[in-house]
Design a binder for this molecule. Structure first.
Ligand code: CA
Length: 426
């Protein structure tokens, strides 16, 4: 099916400000509360939110096989379960409805009033009910840096890393949409002397992790597995993802079973899911994989996506300082390889599951995706624009992430992925 919605020459009759993340070629999906307190599935062009529930009720999706209430829901799970053909039909239709020159809706003020909202009239919600959330560890630079800091610089990358997309099962109940504040977690930390009592209290090493995450549809029945060449068919879209981490809690608890309370207190995602289809023009080669992966993971070619990433800290009442710029294309293991490996043992992946990429660090020191790496575990503090120093994140800091693709004058972005840190609850 042609991706008409991706045609770069298309323009909308809705105004799209310059450098906006949401031109008519994006058409992301999200869930929001309207000014009348009604929850609905929607999309966005420029700074206008579009109520897809209302659009469907008024007959604009005629001819597409959709249940009456598919958009009148508080999550995208059922729509995502409808599969890729339906996503493409709906996205192409939305593009046609809002295409410059199509006056059907534009000239109908009664309908426009029911369908269109300014962004400040709505409240974004979590786009999906995440059943299961997995976080990978797929950036070679990040894994090497963390291995050096936590273990041994000589053997930073463990022998399995170049053969397996390493991951762990995370906690989905604490996934929150952009703008939701995060309380500094309390936890146990490593005793200061061998055999001593562990420390206890608010984390002193609160960190962000600059990541992307993909959302799946129903991919496989229990006992079956997904083949690599089909894996992308089951990826609905991506969000930006901040995998908050308390390094001091993590360092004490993570042996031998991996991350636990140092990670599970909160994970922030951007509220709009940008479809994999919308990202198609931004495909790019991945890093060379040497040694070659086992056959079931063999991919190659343009398996990655060129998505520019940024993270900054805005202190209370101050100006933001950008701390790092990275790129999703640095991922060693692609999303298709991650999903294929995830189902290798027959574990079933469902609609609304979320898979984090792992922190995406680039090759240079200004492209590291966590404070742990940027300050080398606090050894080299960063200076913000207001002159204050940071080894890790302070209370009152707003951590802001951005993700966008840009090519030939077209920009497709993810909107806000922000979270302000509040003091620990004692
Ligand atoms: Ca992570």
């Amino acid at each position: 099916m042609p991706l008409n919605a991706n045609n770069p020459s298309r323009q909308s009759w809705i105004n799209v400000p310059e450098n906006n993340d949401f031109p008519i070629q994006n058409i992301p999906f999200g869930v929001f509360l309207t000014r009348d307190d009604i929850i609905t599935i929607g999309t966005r062009i420029g700074d206008t939110a579009i109520d897809l529930g209302a659009l469907h009720q008024l007959g604009y999706f005629k001819g597409i096989d959709l249940t009456d209430d598919i958009f009148l829901q508080d999550s995208l799970n059922d729509f995502i379960a409808d599969g890729r053909k339906t996503w493409r039909l709906v996205r192409n239709r939305i593009s046609d409805i809002f295409l410059k020159g199509n006056h059907e809706l534009q000239n109908n003020n009664v309908h426009c009033d029911k369908i269109l909202f300014k962004m400040d009239e709505i409240e974004m919600q979590l786009p999906v009910d995440v059943g299961d959330y997995t976080d990978f560890y797929a950036s070679k630079e990040h894994a090497t840096n963390v291995g050096s800091l936590f273990r041994d610089p000589e053997n930073a990358l463990l022998p399995n890393w170049l053969h397996i997309p390493i991951g762990y099962h995370g906690r989905s109940s604490s996934i929150i949409p952009s703008g939701t504040p995060v309380h500094r977690p309390v936890g146990q930390t490593k005793p200061t002397e061998e055999g001593g009592k562990p420390g206890f209290g608010p984390s002193k090493a609160l960190d962000f992790e600059l990541e992307m995450a993909f959302i799946t549809t129903d991919a496989n029945d229990l006992g079956k597995r997904v083949k690599l060449e089909e894996a992308e068919d089951y990826i609905f879209g991506l969000v930006q993802f901040n995998d908050w981490s308390a390094r001091d809690i993590q360092a004490w608890e993570y042996v031998p079973l991996g991350p636990f309370l140092g990670k599970s207190f909160a994970s922030t995602i951007s509220a709009w899911i940008v479809t994999l289809d919308a990202l198609e023009p931004f495909r790019t080669d991945g890093p060379v994989q040497n040694p070659a992966p086992l056959t079931y993971l063999s991919q190659g070619g343009n398996m990655n996506f060129d998505i520019k990433l940024e993270v900054g800290i805005q202190p209370e009442g101050g100006e933001e300082t950008v701390l790092a710029k990275s790129n999703f294309k640095y991922m060693y293991w692609s999303m298709a390889q991650q999903l294929t490996h995830h189902t290798l043992n027959g574990c079933n992946v469902r609609s609304g599951d979320m898979m984090g990429s792992g922190t995406i660090s680039g090759p240079t020191k200004d492209s590291y995706g966590s404070m742990l790496e940027l300050t080398w575990r606090g050894a080299n503090p960063l200076t913000l624009k207001d002159g204050s120093e940071r080894k890790f994140i302070n209370d009152g800091d707003n951590v802001k992430m951005r993700a966008y693709c840009e090519k030939d004058g077209l920009r497709i972005g993810f909107g806000n992925c922000d979270g302000k840190v509040l003091p620990a609850v004692e």
